[in-house]
Design a protein around this ligand. Structure first.
Ligand SMILES: [Zn+2]
Length: 373
């Protein structure tokens, strides 16, 4: 029996059960008769107390003069610290170190900065070339130098207890690369990489000023396609990173173009890692819209009401909220009624759009049916 057939049968049987016990399993909501819930939504922000948790800015993709950047590690750390960031990963390339070193740019104390003294969490990392896909290796010090293989890079990150994220996959999931080698750049290839690697937890879906967000290059289109294929097996978190190569803001550089906002009970290394692993963050870009002005949107709270069957997003500095499921916009407005709204597939995610940019939630998995009682 296919999953779809099973769902249809479950819905039919729940309707019959509802008719038999009419008055019990049907109830009034906002003056209308509705059946018992046939959908639930997994709230990945469930552990977040929006009143008491802090919101911490994070960039997980930064280069220094130790690879192809121009700023020293200390200059890059200062650039982010000065702009109010609380979490930073320096991710120099593994293949172009200027210094004859087989090490990641870590610990920062080797480069003149003590993260504890400036109240910032230093995440060890590396951008590993796997030919040509680039892998962000985070929370570990695997050097990855000169490997050029997805299998070796993935194993290296895993064996060192790290987490992995594909950097700007839209660069490679394009018509050009697909025509060259569909075995290596197809949707199936990405889906398989997530299936095979439990520590591969995410995808950079905004890079710099969203340079792979348009046309045949499209990080977020790929994200939606991968989620649609993978769920309910596995979730893939979206990331927005500067991929900065110098210490300047736009237009001279990329510092502060796109960022992640971690939702943390306290600012510690362990809390940062837990939040990244659990998808307990949202992400923001100023440059997914033309001519950004003023403050970028922020998310103040997300509330899932299982009785009303709704998700409500509260934010600041936005004009509209768009809900996306399986790559299609299915609703606009702060409140989504996830059982009533048409077109909802395996997940929904929200985008808050304002004059200063956009804020993106992680995907909420939609489960079609509760276990029959
Ligand atoms: Zn990079």
């Amino acid at each position: 029996m296919s999953a779809r057939t099973r769902i249809v049968l479950l819905i039919i049987s729940s309707c019959i059960a509802g008719l038999l016990t009419i008055g019990e399993s049907m109830r009034s909501l906002a003056g209308e008769q509705v059946h018992d819930p046939v959908r639930t939504v997994r709230n990945l922000y469930e552990a977040v107390d929006w009143q008491t948790f802090g919101q911490y800015k994070a960039n997980f993709h930064t280069h220094t003069a130790r690879s192809d950047g121009t700023g020293t590690p200390a200059e890059m750390i200062d650039a982010y610290h000065d702009r109010g960031y609380s979490v930073l990963a320096i991710t120099d390339h593994d293949y172009s170190h200027q210094q004859a070193s087989d090490q990641v740019t870590y610990p920062w104390t080797d480069y003149g900065r003590d993260p504890g003294a400036i109240d910032i969490v230093a995440v060890p990392g590396q951008e590993i070339y796997t030919g040509p896909h680039d892998l962000l290796s985070l929370f570990n010090t695997y050097p990855g130098k000169g490997r050029g293989s997805e299998i070796l890079a993935m194993a290296g990150v895993s064996n060192n207890g790290g987490l992995a994220v594909w950097a700007h996959p839209g660069q490679y999931h394009s018509e050009y690369f697909n025509q060259k080698n569909p075995e290596r750049f197809s949707l199936k290839w990405y889906v398989d990489s997530y299936r095979k690697n439990p520590h591969l937890i995410g995808m950079e879906v905004i890079n710099q000023k969203d340079r792979f967000g348009n046309g045949s290059y499209n990080d977020r289109m790929l994200w939606d396609q991968v989620l649609t294929e993978l769920l309910p097996t596995k979730m893939v978190w979206g990331f927005a990173n500067d991929d900065s190569h110098n210490r300047y803001d736009v237009p001279g550089g990329m510092v502060g173009a796109s960022w992640n906002v971690l939702l943390l009970p306290e600012l510690t290394y362990v809390a940062v890692r837990n939040a990244v692993e659990a998808g307990q963050f949202y992400f923001v870009s100023r440059y997914t819209i033309p001519d950004p002005r003023g403050e970028a949107p922020t998310i103040v709270a997300i509330d899932i009401d299982e009785t009303a069957q709704s998700i409500t997003v509260t934010g600041k500095d936005y004009d509209s909220v768009t809900w996306i499921s399986e790559g299609r916009a299915i609703h606009t407005g702060e409140r989504l009624e996830y059982t009533r709204t048409q077109g909802i597939g395996k997940y929904v995610r929200a985008v808050l759009t304002g004059p200063g940019g956009e804020a993106f939630t992680q995907p909420f998995e939609v489960l079609e049916m509760r276990q029959a009682d």
